[in-house]
Design a protein around this ligand. Structure first.
Ligand SMILES: Nc1nc2c(ncn2[C@@H]2O[C@H](COP(=O)(O)OP(=O)(O)OP(=O)(O)O)[C@@H](O)[C@H]2O)c(=O)[nH]1
Ligand SMILES: [Mg+2]
Length: 318
């Protein structure tokens, strides 16, 4: 049976192999991704982001319990933009989901910067697509922090959850700009700690001050104590409420269209760049262009135009 067919049937070993090939940038992986793409788009993708140690993995782990009880199959992608290592063992600490490791219905995969063909968000999407093709119904994407990388990653989700903890104080000002736009649901975790109510109030204020969202959704705030599983039921319910609201307002369709557009343009950009760079490098022209620029014999704008019109290459090889 072909590898693609095995993946479509949910074969874990076949999917793991493809994911390794994606990490290692093996060209045949692209062929498989092409084959699988038309079969994707069925999974519901949930993004979870927040500062290091805020309890993302614990929350994911507890949410998985609910999805599994409903009989849904689950994929988990743990993305760590700060680590150069991809795979199981090294990121194990970050995941803390060994409980589900023996469950056939749960597929867990870690991803770090090494597997970045066209950036981490692209690799994440590739991995998500493989899980989607495998038939995973819910895919949870956990990523650390709230930087630009994470914003892009979380943007690939249907529902985005931002995790915060009490006592972050003024940090809320700092993270405000990045998270307000991306969070559909907000969680104040570690509510056993002091300051949870204040955190919630501060967050509510920041959210209320923010611009009205185009999709009409008003972000919800949940308070959890993830280690004890407190508040997780409500959070899962919040995900379903957001899903339903987005489906009714057609906001989801709009979001998916926007995402598809971004992904395509990113891939096109990568491909176009690779095409021209390969071309001028093969002709040994890159060094010559740099020389000419260094000596101010020409300018980078004209050179870029020239490369794109391919005049340079034609004239040179004539
Ligand atoms: N007190 C308290 N501790 C919690 C709670 N939830 C999680 N923790 C603990 O916080 C620590 C970090 O939890 P993780 O779930 O690994 O957090 P994370 O955000 O995934 O961490 P990274 O992936 O390393 O960024 C662990 O020791 C958890 O047991 C909570 O509600 N209360
Ligand atoms: Mg984690």
């Amino acid at each position: 049976m072909s590898l693609a067919k095995r993946i479509l049937e949910g074969d874990i070993r076949a999917a793991s192999r493809l994911m390794r090939d994606i990490d290692d940038r093996i060209p045949s992986a692209l062929g498989l991704l092409k084959e699988l793409y038309p079969k994707t788009g069925k999974a519901y993708i949930i993004g979870i982001t927040g500062p290091p140690g805020s309890g993302k993995s614990t929350i994911v782990d507890k949410m998985v319990d609910f999805f599994r009880k409903e009989g849904k199959t689950v994929g988990i992608v743990a993305v760590d933009p700060t680590s150069p290592f991809t795979g199981g063992a090294i990121l194990g600490d970050r995941i803390r989901m060994q409980r589900h490791a023996t469950d056939e219905g749960v597929f867990i995969r870690s991803l770090a910067t090494r597997g970045s063909l066209g950036g981490l968000s692209r690799s994440t999407q590739d991995i998500v697509n493989v899980m989607d093709a495998m038939g995973k119904e819910i895919i949870l994407v956990e990523t650390v922090g709230v930087g630009q990388d994470e914003v892009e990653i979380v943007n690939t989700a249907h529902t985005s959850i931002v995790i915060l903890v009490p006592g972050m104080g003024d940090d809320i000002q700092a993270i405000k700009a990045g998270i307000i736009e991306i969070g559909d649901l907000f969680v104040v975790n570690k509510c056993d700690r002091e300051g949870a109510d204040k955190m919630e109030r501060d967050l509510r204020m920041v959210l209320d001050m923010g611009r009205k969202r185009g999709d009409g959704w008003e972000p919800l705030i949940f308070k959890t104590e993830a280690i004890l599983g407190k508040g997780i039921f409500e959070l899962v319910d919040g995900v379903y409420r957001h899903k339903q609201a987005m489906e009714q307002s057609r906001g989801l369709e709009k979001k998916l269209r926007e995402r598809t557009r971004t992904t395509f343009l990113e891939i096109l950009e990568t491909e176009v760049m690779a095409h021209f760079i390969e071309k001028i490098e093969k002709e040994g022209l890159l060094d010559k262009i740099i020389d000419d620029l260094m000596n101010r014999r020409t300018d980078p704008y004209s050179m870029a135009e020239k490369v794109m019109s391919e005049d340079l290459i034609k004239n040179h090889t004539k």
